[in-house]
Structures are given as C-alpha cells and as structure tokens.
Design a protein around this ligand. Structure first.
Ligand SMILES: [Zn+2]
Length: 156
C-alpha cells in the first residue's frame, strides 16, 4: 500500500528545532491533522513533548496529560476536523527507522479503541541531520501480520 502524507513545512521545522534543542537526548510528541482518503493523510499541527515528559538518551516518555488536553483543544478549535494521527520522536545522532520498541508503541496506538486510529503514523527524525521518515502501521489481511509502511511525504 502506498500511503501519502502531506506535511505542513512548519510542522517539520518544529520537529527539527525541538530535536536539536534536546540533543543528545530524545524528544517527541504528537501529530495532528485529518485523513483526505484511505491512503492520504494531512498533518497540519504538531505538539511538543510537554513539561512532564521524560527525555533519555535511548528512551522518551511523553507528557500524556498535556497531549490529551492539547488534542482536545485543537479538535474543538478546528470544528472537530483536526484529530490525533500519531506520534513523533527523535533518534539523536542515529537513523529514522523503527526500533522494536517503536513497533510495539505504534501497535498499541492502533489497538487503543478510544483513538479510533487503525493506521497511526510514527514520524521519526534523526537530529542533528535534517532527516526523517513517516511510518504508517497497517495489518495485512488474510494472516493479520503487522506491516510498517514507509509513507511518501509531500510538503505544503
Ligand atoms: Zn524510536
């Protein structure tokens, strides 16, 4: 499957800027937007780690209370158009590929009924390089195996 993700330029600028600020530690947050169709998503907004996030050299735990509040606020402000689409985080001085832990996290997001998000996005950046990849989780029928698609990214 070929997922296409439109990303607002200011969103990725924020990811690079926040990623550099936290070097050599990890940082992250959530991404918001809307689905244009089953294979296309538009990322319009990004939220940072939050003040209670835990930043480690090889791990990151977001401030989930802050994120829940911000997601709800954006949702209302946008007339219920802009919703949670997935997470972003950094791999300092490394590469933007999914670790086993990242795969487990994105599977958990997809399984989380309240989010109603069968195809969450996991965006990973690799500061200080200006490099990132956007991964989309999916389940392959008939055997239900997990697939992590590398999305085609288009800036706007
Ligand atoms: Zn990771």
């Amino acid at each position: 499957m070929r997922y296409k993700i439109w990303i607002k330029r200011t969103v990725i600028d924020f990811v690079y800027e926040n990623g550099n600020r936290w070097l050599p530690k990890e940082t992250g947050g959530v991404i918001l937007g809307y689905r244009a169709n089953s294979l296309s998503m538009v990322i319009t907004d990004v939220i940072g780690p939050g003040s209670k996030a835990v930043h480690g050299h090889y791990n990151f735990h977001p401030d989930q209370v802050f994120h829940k509040k911000e997601i709800a606020r954006k949702y209302e402000e946008s007339g219920q158009r802009i919703t949670y689409l997935g997470d972003w985080h950094t791999h300092p001085n490394s590469y933007p590929y999914l670790s086993n832990q990242d795969k487990a996290t994105v599977r958990k997001i997809a399984a989380y009924k309240e989010a109603r998000l069968p195809n969450p996005i996991m965006l990973i950046a690799a500061p200080p390089k200006k490099e990132f990849k956007a991964w989309v989780y999916g389940v392959c029928r008939p055997n239900k195996s997990a697939i992590y698609y590398k999305a085609e990214v288009i800036f706007y």
